[in-house]
Write a protein that binds this ligand. Structure first.
Ligand SMILES: Nc1ncnc2c1ncn2[C@@H]1O[C@H](COP(=O)(O)OP(=O)(O)O)[C@@H](O)[C@H]1O
Ligand SMILES: [Mg+2]
Length: 272
């Protein structure tokens, strides 16, 4: 029963009352438009917008996998995690979001849930007056941003020291996550998370999300860290593992990204 229930969206939060926030919904649907250009994308190391760029290839493969999960399991909130910091989670989050934004059938949101070390603002060059953590702590309206000319909306957070565990356990966070979960079928939320072993935040947030992509770094992330992270988050919800090769050299600038076993375990087609 438990095994089966993990395969259905939302069942892991069966005890949570459904209380989506109409304010959050309004913010998601009414983003501020910000200037955007392919030059800016490249300056922020975001290659996923350009399907001709060979550096977008790995992200396009992950995109295919996430669209499959969306279709087959109704997944719509995806966490991007790693075992330890600085392996490229935010880089991967931004690029997966950019790649997904090319698909006109869906509407993609990049949500910064790394409340203490939010970095999507810097990557996309957005300067918000307030972020998700301010909304969660004080209830100020959420500010969202759509990149001009792109089908991508950013939900930023400012970062800084805060009681992030309490914020993620607050009634406003419940309402926020419920809003994502009760969203339109076309909406897909890519949620950049802190490392699994930094504090409780990634595990707490994952309780509200449907599946996750685990980012690891070649020569740095150990097999044991990957195993422990998967054990902490649940194997059934693993959408894929990305091997981010900082110094790998698969592509021209000396960096490479491999979606290795993106089709591996956790696949809905694998035997249960
Ligand atoms: N494959 C890559 N190619 C180029 N730069 C990368 C790559 N992966 C990560 N980086 C850079 O490394 C730094 C750390 O990555 P980041 O995504 O912030 O890590 P995390 O979110 O896991 O802490 C950032 O400056 C990011 O732009
Ligand atoms: Mg990060």
């Amino acid at each position: 029963m438990l095994h089966n229930s993990l395969h259905h969206r939302g069942s892991h939060q069966a005890n949570t009352p459904a209380t989506p926030s109409s304010e959050v919904r309004h913010s998601l649907d009414n983003p501020t438009h910000v200037q955007w250009s392919s030059e800016r994308a490249l300056a922020g190391a975001i290659y996923g917008f350009d399907s001709i760029d060979p550096r977008s290839r790995s992200f396009n493969l992950i995109r295919g996998r996430l669209l499959q999960l969306m279709r087959q399991r109704g997944s719509r909130a995806v966490g991007v995690v790693s075992a330890t910091p600085e392996v490229g989670k935010s880089f991967v989050s931004a690029n997966i979001s950019a790649s997904l934004s090319r698909d006109p059938r869906i509407r993609t949101f990049a949500v910064d849930l790394d409340l203490r070390r939010g970095s999507l603002t810097a990557q996309f060059g957005i300067v918000p007056e307030r972020g998700l953590s301010e909304h969660l702590s004080t209830g100020t309206p959420l500010e969202t941003f759509q990149l001009n000319g792109e089908n991508l909306t950013i939900v930023p957070t400012m970062g800084g020291f805060m009681h992030s565990a309490e914020l993620l356990a607050s009634p406003r966070a419940e309402a926020f996550f419920q809003t994502l979960q009760s969203s339109n079928d076309r909406d897909l939320f890519i949620c950049d998370l802190p490392p699994v072993f930094a504090n409780d935040d990634a595990v707490a947030a994952m309780a509200h999300l449907d599946c996750y992509v685990l980012v690891s770094e070649e020569g740095r992330t150990t097999e044991r860290e990957v195993r422990d992270a998967v054990a902490a988050l649940g194997r059934e919800r693993l959408a894929g593992v990305i091997l981010n090769k900082f110094r790998g050299g698969l592509v021209s600038d000396g960096y490479g990204v491999d979606p290795y076993y993106a089709q591996g375990y956790g696949s809905p087609t694998s035997p249960r």
